[in-house]
Design a protein around this ligand. Structure first.
Ligand SMILES: *[C@@H]1O[C@H](CO)[C@@H](O)[C@H](O)[C@H]1NC(C)=O
Ligand SMILES: *[C@@H]1O[C@H](CO)[C@@H](O)[C@H](O)[C@H]1NC(C)=O
Ligand SMILES: *[C@@H]1O[C@H](CO)[C@@H](O)[C@H](O)[C@H]1NC(C)=O
Ligand SMILES: *[C@@H]1O[C@H](CO)[C@@H](O)[C@H](O)[C@H]1NC(C)=O
Ligand SMILES: *[C@@H]1O[C@H](CO)[C@@H](O)[C@H](O)[C@H]1NC(C)=O
Ligand SMILES: *[C@@H]1O[C@H](CO)[C@@H](O)[C@H](O)[C@H]1NC(C)=O
Ligand SMILES: *[C@@H]1O[C@H](CO)[C@@H](O)[C@H](O)[C@H]1NC(C)=O
Length: 301
């Protein structure tokens, strides 16, 4: 006896501190890898093409339900057709006079619109996205059975490729400083001034979006700071409450023990008073209480 309640208190304090730390961590840290996502799109696009063998038709790729919010389609075409006529999908327009290096007889183009997932997979420090991320990737499909990644490079000899974004989410109509952002193969990021509303131009495959520089004294940011103050305050209050309750419990426990012990003392009517030292050992203490009591008694008239 004696060490159990203190152990319990230590456990309580420790576990509440731990829970605070865990809560402050803010949940799981999933990693969203754009490369892995491209590989998944390739896999499902391959299935779609194997179900539909005809060339030259844009097909919607069906994805598992946990991809809800993304939009993927695939097109198989001959290089000659790309060169002669170009290809126009919903968001990407490749004009004529574009070819690939190395040359392949047939290619498959996988288009994607990441929708509300855009900023999970792509971020640019200091910028906020005002459009979803839209992209396309080229694969060799000469054998008609699989999408082979051969790092096909586009050679644009005429007009550039244009990316049309489904929407721009700008709060004001009249926004300046919109930037076309291009995400390249090796994680490179390229900025261009936007010249036409909703349209960016490129000469490379990849992923694209429209972004604006995040202003420094942004109201949203202020809101976030304010939120952190509130959270910090709440944590402080909770911590204080825990500390206070622990203190109260400890005090109560000490007092109870002391009272109990005093009761025991009086029961056994030991001549010497005792006082407590740490660890619950009793020390005999030659008290002056009796003499004091005598004086007090004398004082009574
Ligand atoms: C959907 O689930 C699959 C397998 O469980 C996973 O590989 C994929 O990353 C998930 N998709 C998203 C968008 O999280
Ligand atoms: C995107 O929206 C879909 C529903 O349209 C939802 O299931 C999905 O969880 C959302 N994704 C993100 C990252 O919020
Ligand atoms: C595409 O599908 C074919 C036939 O099902 C399969 O042999 C091939 O490995 C697949 N390729 C990819 C990249 O998934
Ligand atoms: C394509 O390029 C990537 C790096 O950008 C490289 O890791 C990969 O092996 C290349 N694939 C082929 C088939 O050359
Ligand atoms: C757009 O903003 C500029 C200055 O930033 C201003 O001169 C122009 O009149 C505005 N146009 C509209 C249509 O609000
Ligand atoms: C990415 O590749 C481009 C050429 O395609 C090159 O100029 C650039 O330096 C590379 N960036 C990194 C970080 O490797
Ligand atoms: C892009 O726009 C900024 C102003 O918004 C200008 O200073 C810069 O020269 C422009 N760059 C190009 C390549 O046009």
């Amino acid at each position: 006896m004696g060490s159990d309640p203190s152990r319990f208190i230590i456990f309580m304090v420790f576990s509440s501190l731990l829970s605070l730390i865990v809560c402050g961590d803010g949940g799981g840290s999933r990693s969203y890898d754009p490369k892995a996502l491209d590989a998944l799109f390739r896999y499902y696009a391959n299935q779609t093409l194997n179900d539909h063998r005809r060339t030259g038709i844009l097909r919607r790729v069906s994805l598992p339900s946990n991809f809800s919010g993304m939009e993927v389609s695939v097109n198989r075409l001959r290089s000659g057709s790309l060169w002669g006529r170009g290809v126009d999908s919903k968001y990407v327009k490749i004009p004529p006079s574009v070819r690939t290096l190395p040359y392949v007889k047939r290619l498959a183009i996988v288009y994607d619109n990441l929708g509300n997932w855009s900023s999970e997979y792509y971020q640019v420090p200091g910028y906020s996205f005002v459009s979803p991320v839209v992209g396309f990737k080229l694969y060799d499909n000469t054998d008609l059975t699989t999408l082979t990644d051969r790092n096909l490079t586009l050679i644009v000899t005429g007009k550039p490729i244009s990316i049309r974004f489904p929407y721009l989410e700008t709060k004001e109509k009249n926004v300046t400083g919109l930037k076309c952002v291009g995400f390249g193969k090796n994680g490179s990021v390229e900025f261009k001034n936007m010249t036409k509303r909703n349209v960016c131009v490129t000469e490379k495959a990849g992923h694209f979006c429209v972004a604006i520089p995040t202003p420094k004294p942004k109201p949203e940011e202020k809101g976030r700071v304010w939120k952190w103050w509130v959270i910090g305050f709440a944590i402080g209050v909770v911590g204080l409450a825990v500390l206070v309750s622990v203190g109260v419990v400890t005090l109560k426990w000490w007092r109870e023990r002391k009272i109990k012990d005093m009761e025991e003392e009086s029961d056994s009517s030991v001549a010497l008073d005792t006082f407590w030292v740490r660890g619950g050992h009793k020390m005999p203490f030659a008290s002056m209480i009796r003499t004091q009591a005598a004086i007090e008694h004398d004082y009574v008239p």
